[in-house]
Write a protein that binds this ligand. Sequence first.
Ligand SMILES: [Mn+2]
Length: 261
Amino acid sequence: MKILHTSDWHLGHRLHEHSQHEEHALFLQWLADYISQNHIDVLLLAGDVFDTGAPSSQSLKLYYDFLVNLRKSNCHSVFITGGNHDAPGTLDAPKELLHALSVHVVGKATEVLSDEVFTVECNGEKLQVAAVPFLRDQDIRRAVAGESFDQITERYKQALMRHYHEAAGICQENASEKIVTIAMGHLFAIGGKVSDSEQSIYVGNLGDIGAEDFPETFGYMALGHLHRPQKVGGKDHIRYSGSPLTLSFSEVNQEKQVLAF
Ligand SMILES: [Mn+2]
């Protein structure tokens, strides 16, 4: 089974007031061709599909045209999670319609965690995906009156890791030697190198979530949020694909990429 990991498209982004629509259109055409020519079976898009919560009709058209275009390829399953730039409602509105096209969307943390875990089968191989979106504080824990800033930060981190560990627990119920388990995420992990174009995903720095905090159940972690492609904590299996387009001058010398494996 061949998988492609990408994130942070930021459709609709303007670079210093210059539209990047043409670049985005060319990227998506290239990506559709790449997926087709390289027989990619599964596409993972780990957040920040759009640059804003209310994308223009032009940006929406790029997105939907791309998804329809994929129908011509081998790619039989697509997983799309919400990032901090995405409005969960915008991504989730066509959820059922897209589900009918084997495009699985998780715009925000679901009420029942098992709704974020999917199993797909292809050529006798099985893949489990914990499609975890950007987790907002209010989505994963109940605030307590009078919390200090440090308490909020610590409790948010605990809730975040609990979310991943519970998702891993659900995956383990189906675990077998023949199943590959992958998680998605949109967050800042320790040691990550930032660019100028990522918006702080949370008040303060959740800088102490490291590679070792993620459950070992996941054979690969497809991350989004940081726009520079990189591994987390030197681990080959915990990666940021980075944004496909240059979104700020600080990224000029970065080699942009998607990850296929
Ligand atoms: Mn982003």
